[in-house]
Design a protein around this ligand. Sequence first.
Ligand SMILES: [Zn+2]
Length: 311
Amino acid sequence: MWDKMKCPLCFSVGHESVCEPGDGVMFVCCDRCGRFKITEDAVGYWFEKYSKNQSSRSVANASSWAHYYCNEFSTINDDDLKRCEDMRVPSFNDRADLLLKFISRKTAHIGQLVEFKEYEILVATWSYDTDETHALLNYLFGEGRIQLLKSEDAAIILANGWKHLEKLREKNPLSQQGFVAMWFNDELENAYTKAISPAIVEAGYRPHRVDFGEHNQKIDDEIIVQIRRSKFVVADFTGHRGGVYYEAGFGHGLGLEVFFTCRRDHVEDLHFDIRQYNCVLWENARFDEFRQKLARRIEAVLGKGNASSTI
Ligand SMILES: [Zn+2]
């Protein structure tokens, strides 16, 4: 059905793609999409729909999604591919930022002229043709962030570009993780499992909670590392634990979005500086409502995430 040397996601043959079938799952190593595993069912589904329409938006989405969010431990199935078909592409600005970051990763020293290949730019920027990549390159040029060769296959990052990269470094634009700061108490377990965690998944992100039980209630390095890796923080103030205030403040200081929540009967005691933020209030036995409100709030502020629940 498929060429052994062809990537089952992007159908590239111009560069080396190694596919090794086995156990109904193929291991793929593609210069464009990266390394991942994929079920043979998913390969069949994709081949039938897109092998004759390789420069479609869906193929570009699947390729970039695999490139950014999968690795050799991920197994892509047909549900993942169907999600890629409907996926909202990152905004123009985010894609321009991704392009600048891509060029910076190839830059060994300031002032260096960096060459790149067409497929590298396509996959880095979620683009499906060179009209899109030209527009992005020219935007960076117009903003004074890069100097661009006429041939558009090489660029130098300029001072404005480095300044912009500094700013970006703080906000984790690619992270799909939402850090959850809350009191670890049996009473609140349902709030996490029935509302906060599924709300984050529903908005397209991956929840991460550091269990205080295993960490002696200390603000330890693991918490700091996980907040730094996150795109946003959900902070639930029920119980008014010092740690939650600290983690919310730390996330805020990094420039991350912080979503405040609190059980209604604890809201009176909220510190004044939290009360002025728009806090999602919730009640026991109305977890569905809490989940929906929080998911909508996250999506409204950050847009739908791309995290897969299978990774
Ligand atoms: Zn590929």
